[in-house]
Design a protein around this ligand. Structure first.
Ligand SMILES: [Zn+2]
Length: 482
């Protein structure tokens, strides 16, 4: 929806209230128009929040300021905020209302290391070597909270009944904060959870996400002078080499949907000292969790074999792992209807030039912004490459998820072009589209009990016989750095 039609809609909204309520399986349109008006009222605040978080650019578990500005905004709007939940100082839940239904809206706010960038379409670091919002999570958190605030106003006015919660979910890019929040039981009474994600296009999430396990393989050997008495040494770096070689041999014998990647984080310091310690950070993904479990079992054996070859000890430590996504057809239809109703933003010539310059600078076709809604398509049997801890939430509560265009079509993700567009009006427009869609969808879910029951029934059907188990170590999350 462009600015003019939105303006017309806001002017017409009071008239609509006088009209008979349309027969619909979802909430009457005027209620959703009110929700959109309440989001639009916050436009300046949401842009400010997203810009502050963009500027902080804090990585997972260190998003202190980012979490705080969101939590404070929620408090200023009348929410009760529980900070530092699930043993994570930057995780929080903001809640308003009482009783059922309980609708949760998730927001992320962590940045990615090393991709600092100014909000300009050519490569130029804001603070060289530092973090940047290359996944648009500054927009993610602000949009989701804006939608939660709109719903809160409607509960306060007596238009909707129940509880709205904003889940401030940290460290999506590293340990998966949502998984810790699930383990803490924070989602267990939620009727429906909503989330979106920034993207280079607008579509409901019929794609899903890959299941993943992230683990550290460590080798401990015995050091010695590499020239004087190497026969006394047992090289941890030899074991790391054998391990990565083993993985690369395995690569031919896994299903095409499997992804395995690693970085050798430590393997000695200087050539004349045989390293007694090596560490390989390894990730394994597949379309579904059982596929990951099968490959992970083989990779564990490879680590054992590599240690035998080099005569060293080995340990494999799971750090985290997220689930694939349970997608609900009824949820896709609902999101698609609302995205279609809200409509794609329109862009100025300056914004299109910004987009085309980013595309030119990254070797992409210069097609500008592609924010129009993709047609509703069936759920894919195998997701494209990528994982998210929203997948875990989708295993414990019916979860609705979509993508909103916040960056030019085709530009590399987790990279500087996304940092650039997340810090300017292209990102802001996508954020507002997402906030409006979340708010409209939440109104439907609040107001229509039959819809909630349909979502829950499909969720029950799709999780029948499946026991969800989290893949995180005991205790609070720790990121290994040295
Ligand atoms: Zn992301």
């Amino acid at each position: 929806m462009n600015r003019m039609s939105r303006l017309a809609l806001l002017l017409l909204a009071p008239l609509c209230l006088l009209l008979p309520i349309a027969v619909s399986a979802q909430a009457p349109r005027p209620m959703k128009q009110s929700a959109v008006a309440l989001v639009e009222k916050q436009r300046a605040d949401l842009i400010r929040l997203s810009e502050e978080i963009w500027g902080f650019a804090e990585v997972g578990l260190e998003e202190t300021q980012s979490a705080e500005v969101l939590a404070r905004y929620a408090e200023s709007k009348g929410f009760t905020v529980q900070r530092g939940v699930a043993g994570i100082s930057t995780a929080f839940v903001a809640s308003y209302g009482s009783g059922r239904p309980i609708i949760g809206i998730m927001g992320e706010f962590d940045a990615l290391p090393g991709i600092s960038q100014k909000a300009v379409p050519t490569r130029e670091a804001l603070h060289a070597g530092e973090a940047g919002h290359g996944c648009g999570h500054n927009l993610f958190g602000a949009a989701s909270l804006g939608a939660a605030v709109a719903i809160k106003e409607m509960i306060a006015a007596g238009t909707l009944k129940g509880t709205v919660r904003f889940y401030g979910t940290p460290a999506e890019e590293s340990v998966g904060g949502k998984i810790y929040m699930i383990r803490e039981g924070l989602f267990k009474d939620v009727d429906v959870a909503l989330a979106w994600h920034p993207d280079d296009k607008t579509t409901v999430d019929n794609l899903g996400a890959q299941a993943i396990v992230q683990f550290m393989v460590e080798f401990h050997g015995r050091t010695a002078h590499a020239a004087a008495d190497p026969w006394n040494a047992r090289s941890a770096s030899d074991a790391a080499e054998a391990f990565t070689h083993g993985i690369n041999l395995l690569r031919e014998h896994v299903r095409p949907t499997v992804r395995m990647h690693y970085t050798v984080e430590r393997a000695g310091d200087v050539p004349n000292v045989v390293p007694d310690y090596a560490r390989v950070h390894t990730w394994v993904r597949d379309s579904r969790r059982p596929g990951v479990d099968t490959v992970f079992a083989r990779v564990r054996e490879i680590a054992r074999g590599a240690a035998l070859i080099a005569g060293v000890e080995q340990t494999v430590t799971v750090q985290t792992g997220s689930s694939d996504m349970i997608i609900l057809d009824r949820g896709l239809k609902l999101l698609h209807d609302n995205l279609s109703w809200i409509g794609a933003p329109t862009y100025t010539e300056a914004e299109q030039t910004f987009a085309r310059t980013l595309q030119a600078n990254t070797g992409q076709l210069q097609v500008g912004m592609r924010a129009e809604l993709a047609p509703l398509a069936p759920i894919l049997p195998d997701p494209p490459g990528g994982s998210t801890d929203v997948g875990d939430v989708s295993y414990v509560v019916p979860t609705l998820h979509f993508y909103g265009a916040t960056a030019p079509f085709g530009v590399p993700w987790h990279a500087w072009p996304v940092v650039a567009s997340s810090g300017m009006s292209i990102g802001h427009k996508g954020m507002m589209m997402a906030a409006n869609t979340l708010a409209a969808t939440a109104v439907d879910v609040f107001a229509d009990e039959a819809l909630r029951m349909a979502l829950r029934a499909e969720f029950a059907e799709k999780t029948k016989g499946v026991t969800y188990h989290w893949l995180i170590p005991d205790g609070p999350p720790v990121v290994k750095r040295d």
